[in-house]
Design a binder for this molecule. Structure first.
Ligand code: NAD
Length: 476
């Protein structure tokens, strides 16, 4: 596959490529150009040339192009989802949802394009002030491999609707779906240079996007450590930043919770996308009085999950996306096992079937009776491992939930209005769910507090994050 730069499908300047492998089989899915700094510079040039015409278009006409692309993407969902599963590993039904989610985001911002407006006020003696919202210019987007389509949507939807142009870098182990989506946007009428995709390593392509002073804003999704590096690289050019970083979401199950619903929520919240979701349930605190029943029912559900190639019928969980991720998850489980931190009551190892031999598989893992200071709670586990601790009540649950450097999402499962009021008030997180976990529709502002990041994506105010105010004060 080739990169979209300046409306053309191009190889890298060096002519080199890298393979993208299917994490379930080890087979090569396709090759992508191994971009470097030169390719980023070409993309910046194309984005710079495209900017003034794109910014001068009416927002509604910009939004219409996103809408046409969304229609086409829905039509081609089957092929796009198969490509996403092949490179990322997720079950095909999750891939279908993700491609639809991408289209939903484009449609949502198309809708908002009709209502972009500034402000105007007569300040009497001072004159008349108008506050214009102006696009920033060229924006850079750096995205991870776990939900490449959705995260690309979060970045381009608001940025392009607001009149910016963009240079986007997908992750090395899942770049293909992003490349194909960019191609479809181009075919749908996006002018050359408005969206450019450069594939390649973070240390070269990503760093150039973070550093280059022509890029006025960087929006990054990935690990907290990488996010800090991006912020440092972006600082000298005084860039605007949105950082969507790691998370270690707590889920609290109170004694009056609907246990069946909470079990289903925990299964989906932790094992969706093989646990590789920033807002996955990574720490579960259940009240003592219902812990036995909850853990027993959860164990039965976890053991039902069929692990395999995401393209196969009946598979509920695919492989991890890459070997390093698998090793990291297995390493945390081994450390906890050595330290006797909780009882592994389901999974806890790599599956041994012939069909699993070439993939990065790990069994859905449930650990009960986990001590509060366990490595399971201090590390971000980016894989299918659910550690459960019991708590005497809400005070302890909230204290433990907030005892993390992260603050991305959190959920509480209860029917008690008092518990809901306290939890939604006190949980330190960018998003708090009640009796659900994980869903983030385009209308909902999304981002983290503490080490989980800076800024919000999604929702109408994301347009503000891709524009700058210019105040004009006129006295006649
Ligand atoms: P990562 O930080 O390793 O990589 C993310 C992207 O940054 C990739 O495209 C990578 O190539 C690039 N990159 C690497 N080094 C770079 C550098 N020095 N400068 C610029 N770019 C660089 O993250 P990952 O392993 O791909 O993704 C998993 C992480 O992402 C987890 O921590 C997860 O919680 C987080 N995440 C957060 C959100 C959110 O919205 N908060 C969403 C999804 C994933």
């Amino acid at each position: 596959m080739k990169m979209l730069i300046g409306g053309e499908l191009r190889d890298s300047v060096s002519g080199r490529t890298f393979p993208v492998h299917n994490p379930a089989t080890g087979d090569m899915v396709d090759e992508a150009p191994l971009g470097g700094e030169d390719d980023v510079l070409s993309a910046i040039e194309a984005a710079g040339e495209a900017f003034s015409d794109w910014a001068a278009k009416s927002p509604r006409n910009r939004g219409k192009i996103l809408f046409f692309a969304a229609e086409e993407i829905r039509r081609r969902n089957t092929d796009l989802a198969a490509l996403l599963t092949a490179e990322q590993g997720k079950p095909i039904r999750e891939a279908v949802d993700e491609i639809n989610g991408f289209a939903n985001i484009l449609e949502y911002y198309h809708g908002l394009s009709a209502v972009i407006r500034g402000e105007s006020e007569n300040l009497r003696g001072y004159g008349h002030v108008t506050v214009q919202r102006r696009p920033l210019g060229i924006c850079g987007a750096i995205i991870p491999w776990n939900m490449p389509a959705i995260i690309m949507g979060w970045k381009i939807g608001a940025a392009l609707t607001a009149g910016n142009t963009m240079v986007l870098k997908p992750a090395r182990t899942a770049p293909l779906t992003c490349m194909k989506l960019a191609e479809i946007l181009s075919e749908a009428g996006l002018p050359p240079g408005v969206l450019n995709v450069v594939t390649g390593p973070g240390e070269t392509v990503g760093r150039e996007i973070a550093r280059n002073p022509e890029i006025r804003k960087v929006t990054f999704t990935g690990e907290a450590g990488t996010g800090k590096q991006v912020a440092l690289d972006a600082a000298p050019a005084m860039k605007r930043l949105t950082l969507e970083l790691g998370g270690s979401d707590p889920m609290i199950v109170a004694d009056d919770a609907d246990i069946g619903a909470a079990v289903e929520g925990a299964v989906r919240g932790r094992f969706y996308n093989c646990g590789q979701v920033c807002t996955a349930v990574k720490r579960l605190y259940v009240f003592d009085s219902v812990a036995d029943e909850f853990v027993r029912r959860l164990k039965a559900r976890v053991e039902e999950i069929v692990v395999g190639n995401g393209m196969d019928r009946g598979v509920g969980m695919g492989p991890l996306n890459n070997r390093e991720g698998l090793e990291r998850v297995a390493g945390i489980v081994d450390t906890a096992r050595e330290r006797d931190e909780g009882e592994i009551i389901a999974g806890g190892r790599v599956p041994v079937g012939e069909e699993h031999r070439h993939g990065h598989f790990f069994l859905p893992t449930l650990v009960a009776g986990v001590p509060y200071d366990s490595v399971f709670f201090s590390e971000e586990i980016f894989g299918p491992v659910l550690p459960v601790a019991t708590v005497p009540g809400l005070d302890e649950a909230l204290e433990l939930a907030n005892n993390s450097r992260y603050g991305l999402g959190a959920s509480v499962w209860t029917r008690d209005a008092g518990v809901i009021a306290r939890a939604t008030e006190e949980l330190e997180a960018g998003i708090v769910w009640v009796n659900q976990h994980l869903k983030i529709p385009p209308e909902v502002p999304f981002g983290g507090t503490k080490a989980s990041g800076i800024g919000r994506e999604n929702g109408s105010r994301a347009l503000d994050a891709y524009t700058e105010e210019k105040s004009v004060l006129v006295r006649l």
